[in-house]
Write a protein that binds this ligand. Structure first.
Ligand code: 48F
Length: 261
């Protein structure tokens, strides 16, 4: 059997078009495929929510690939091991509360499980803006990342979702753009972004989970975006809080989605 050059193109075009059409109306759109976003995507999709994950880069995984200072090992604390078990990721005990994990295996495991659970993972797409109607966020404005990189003046497209998760890490891109448009209307103390605080792993790890919540009707935050939004310390190459944050975000969003069913 020979391969047909134009059938190769046609198969990619038609199947991608079907997947793109799917993202026009989601139950949950997660912006950012770092560790927290991937966990949220996996849990939401497994629970039956129509889940889309967008990442502006070629590869998902965000800031996890490089471990600590490009040594591709990460640290997970003991209480978070059940999340690794859920996603089939292996770990090694270092001492009572420090476990090491290969960052490559962790990202691959999270991504594989999320995709297999039915999350529609779309790379190379950038969130540009949000759609706000009747005092709630109802969708996003998106474009090819290459359009933004090249600075071409090309209009975007729009997608709708019952809820949006900002999982864009330190940038908190969705919340930042939202505040730029809407002013200080968030459920934070100042109404705006509280900003990240300096390194303190133990505190940062707890805060990232506490800060994971709805910041505006329909707009949830997790991972470092949660600490940037509600104010919290950074924690470097410890990732347990990121995984727990993704899990908490998924549970809160499922509650919201189920109310609208
Ligand atoms: O930064 P990132 O890994 O997010 P996270 O889940 O994890 C944070 C840790 O990696 C690390 C840390 C742990 O101690 O401090 O920083 O909070 O991943 C964020 C992802 O969001 C994508 C970006 O490419 C990355 O993969 N992203 C950012 N802005 C946009 C975006 C955007 N506007 N549109 C689409 N994707």
């Amino acid at each position: 059997m020979s391969l047909d050059d134009t059938i190769i193109s046609e198969a990619i075009l038609t199947t991608y078009k079907d997947r793109f059409q799917e993202i026009l109306h989601s139950d949950a759109v997660i912006v950012g495929g770092g560790p927290s976003g991937l966990v949220a995507a996996g849990i939401l999709a497994k629970a039956g929510a129509k889940t889309t994950l967008l990442d502006r880069r070629l590869s998902v995984g965000g800031g996890m690939w490089g471990g600590g200072m490009m040594m591709n090992q990460i640290i997970i604390q003991e209480s978070v091991l059940p999340v690794l078990d859920e996603f089939g990721i292996r770990y090694k005990k270092y001492d009572e509360n420090h476990y090491t994990v290969s960052s490559v295996e962790c990202i691959s495991g999270l991504t594989f499980r999320a995709a297999q659970s039915g999350a529609n993972i779309m790379n190379l797409i950038t969130m540009e803006d949000s759609i706000v109607r009747n005092k709630r966020i109802e969708g996003l404005v998106i474009n090819w990342s290459t359009v933004q990189m090249t600075g071409l003046m090309v209009d975007p497209l729009m997608i709708e979702s019952k809820c949006i998760l900002d999982a864009t890490g330190h940038d908190a891109s969705v919340v930042t753009k939202f505040v730029e448009r809407m002013g200080n209307v968030l459920s934070t103390p100042s109404g705006g972004l509280e900003g990240e605080k300096p390194m303190w792993a133990d505190h940062g790890e707890q805060q990232v989970v506490e800060n994971t919540r709805e910041a505006y009707p329909g707009l949830f935050v997790c991972g470092m975006a949660a600490n940037a939004t509600f104010g919290g310390q950074r924690m470097g190459p410890v990732f347990g809080g990121m995984l727990l944050s993704g899990k908490k975000a998924a549970a809160s969003m499922l509650e919201k989605i189920n109310k609208t069913r």
